[in-house]
Design a protein around this ligand. Structure first.
Ligand code: CU
Length: 162
């Protein structure tokens, strides 16, 4: 009888410890899992992956030497193509998209194939170059090539000054 009572106390304690360990993560919001395909030699891609990890994303990286066929398969139009390509909750994430835009996309769930930061904008996450900051947009895209501005980054008026 006494041993049984002790055992149940241990169980309750174990459960409390488990709750405490899980609690804080649940409070910080959802942790998204993203798959990323990148060329093995792409260093800015690697920086973007590390940035996403710091931002709390769970990243699975696939080294892919042939990125263009993969982009075509995933429905990334050439006009919005960049270096790496990601996939999260069914959306394609193309290039150096900021984490805040990915979170906004996943919260708002707009109808689109994915979200891109076309090209390789200087100053975007993973493309940091000593204080330089090119203004850039992220765009929603569809496989048929249609796009729509999603968010603007950088100060256009400041960038226009000499
Ligand atoms: Cu890049």
């Amino acid at each position: 009888m006494r041993i049984e009572w002790r055992f149940s106390r241990v169980l309750v304690l174990a459960f409390a410890v488990l709750l405490a360990a899980c609690g804080p993560r649940a409070a910080t919001g959802p942790q998204y899992s993203i798959e990323v395909w990148k060329s093995p030699t792409c260093s800015c891609c690697k920086k973007w992956v590390e940035y996403l990890q710091r931002e709390g994303f769970k990243v699975t990286v696939h080294e892919e030497p042939a990125m263009n066929p993969l982009k075509a398969k995933l429905g990334v139009p050439e006009a919005v193509a960049s270096c790496h390509t990601g996939l999260v909750n069914g959306y394609v994430i193309e290039g150096h998209v900021p984490a805040e835009d990915i979170r906004k996309l996943l919260a708002e769930k707009p109808e689109a194939r994915g979200l891109s930061a076309p090209g390789m904008p200087i100053g975007s996450p993973g493309m940091e170059v000593d204080g330089q900051h090119d203004p850039y947009e992220t765009v929603l895209f569809n496989a048929d090539g249609t796009t729509k501005t999603f968010a603007e980054h950088g100060d256009r008026s400041a960038a226009a000054k000499p």
